[in-house]
Design a protein around this ligand. Structure first.
Ligand code: DGY
Length: 322
C-alpha cells in the first residue's frame, strides 16, 4: 500500500523529515523558500497532510483548492494562520503544539522584560558604537524589576509561567487580566490577583502581553490604552503581531509617553514598522520566544506526532477542531 503524502512547508530538522518518512511520502522545503499562496496550493496537490511552521495561511481558498488535505499540523502553539472554522466546515483537522514551549517562552518574556527595563540593548549599542568614554551617575538608568508591579494580559499557561517568575523569583506584585478569572488555587500558586484591563494598565510598572491573536484581540493595546499607562512603564509583547498597534506604540515611545517596550512579534512580520526601527527605547527581536534547541525539537516532535497519530490511527495528540 502506498504511503500517504505529506508536505513540509518550511525548513525543519533533518531528524523530523526522517521520522515523517517512516510513515509518509514527504515533499519538503528544506531550502526554506518562502512560497506564495499559489505555490503552496500547487505543492499541496495530492497531499493528505501538511507540516506547518505556523507561517503559512490556510484559508478557504487553499482548502477548496486542495480537496485531499486532511490535516494541517502547526509546530507552534499559536494558530492564527489557520482558519479553523473553514477547516472544520470542510472536515480538515488543525493541530497545534501547546505545553512543550510554555516554560521556554515564559523565560524569554522575562528576559525581554529585563532587557527592556534595564536598557540592555540600548546600552550595548552605545558601547559598541565607541561612545562610552566615562562612567556617569545617570547613564542608562532604567526601571526596577524586583518589588515592582507586573501586569499580565492573557493568563494562559505562558502568562502563568511569567507570573510565577515575577512573584516567586523577583518579589513582584502580580496582577492579571484575562477573559476569565483563574480559580483561587491557581491565583494563589501564581501569587496573582485579577484586575480590570484599565486598572492593570494604570497601575502596572511592566505590562506583558500573552493573549492569542483573534479579531477580538486585534489592537488590544492602541493609543487609548497606552495613554492609561504610567510614563515610567514598559510594555512587552511576546503574543502576536496585531495585538499592539505598532504605529501608535512608535509614537508613544518617541514622545516618551511610556518608558520603553520590548517586542518579539510585529504586525505584518517579518516586516517591522519603520518608526519602531528608529526609536531607541525599544528592544526588538525576531519572533524567537520559543527558540531554544530542546524546545524547537519538542515542538517539531509534537507536530510530527500529530501527523503520524492522525493519518495512521485517526487520533491526533493536540487537535484544535476534533
Ligand atoms: C508559537 O508557538 O506560537 C510561537 O509564537 C512560535 O511561532
Amino acid at each position: 500500500m502506498s504511503k500517504p503524502k505529506v508536505l513540509v512547508a518550511r525548513g525543519i530538522f533533518p531528524e523530523t523529515i526522517a521520522r515523517l518518512e517512516e510513515h509518509f511520502e514527504v515533499e519538503s522545503n528544506q531550502a526554506d523558500a518562502l512560497w506564495t499562496k499559489a505555490e503552496l496550493i500547487a505543492r499541496l496537490q495530492g497531499k493528505a497532510g501538511m507540516f506547518s511552521s505556523g507561517t503559512e495561511r490556510i484559508d478557504a481558498e487553499v482548502l477548496d483548492a486542495c480537496p485531499g488535505l486532511k490535516i494541517v499540523s502547526n509546530m507552534s502553539v499559536g494558530y492564527n494562520n489557520l482558519d479553523v472554522d473553514a477547516m472544520t466546515a470542510r472536515g480538515v483537522l488543525g493541530t497545534n503544539a501547546p505545553d512543550v514551549l510554555t516554560e521556554t517562552t515564559a523565560d524569554f518574556g522575562f528576559a525581554l522584560l529585563m532587557a527592556t527595563a534595564r536598557r540592555i540593548a540600548e546600552s550595548e549599542h552605545f558601547l559598541r558604537a565607541g561612545k562610552w568614554t566615562k562612567w556617569a551617575y545617570d547613564m542608562f538608568s532604567g526601571a526596577d524589576i524586583h518589588g515592582s508591579t507586573l501586569g499580565i494580559i492573557g493568563m494562559g499557561r505562558i502568562g502563568q509561567g511569567i507570573a510565577r517568575r515575577g512573584a516567586h523569583g523577583f518579589g513582584m506584585k502580580v496582577i492579571y487580566h484575562n477573559r476569565s478569572r483563574l480559580d483561587a488555587s491557581m491565583e494563589a500558586e501564581c501569587k496573582a490577583s485579577y484586575a480590570s484591563k484599565e486598572d492593570l494598565l494604570k497601575t502596572a510598572d511592566h505590562v506583558v502581553l500573552v493573549v492569542p491573536y483573534s479579531p477580538a484581540s486585534h489592537h488590544t493595546i492602541g493609543a487609548a490604552e497606552i495613554a492609561l499607562m504610567k510614563p515610567t512603564a514598559t510594555l512587552i509583547n511576546i503574543a502576536r503581531g496585531g495585538i499592539v498597534d505598532d504605529a501608535a506604540l512608535a509614537v508613544a515611545l518617541r514622545e516618551k509617553r511610556i518608558a520603553a517596550a520590548g517586542l518579539d512579534v510585529f504586525e505584518g512580520e517579518p516586516k517591522v514598522h519603520p518608526d519602531l526601527l528608529t526609536v531607541p527605547n525599544v528592544v526588538l527581536t525576531p519572533h524567537i520566544a520559543s527558540a531554544t534547541v530542546p524546545t524547537r525539537h519538542a515542538m517539531a516532535d509534537l507536530a510530527t506526532a500529530n501527523l503520524i497519530g492522525f493519518l495512521t490511527q485517526g487520533k491526533a495528540v493536540s487537535p484544535l477542531n476534533p
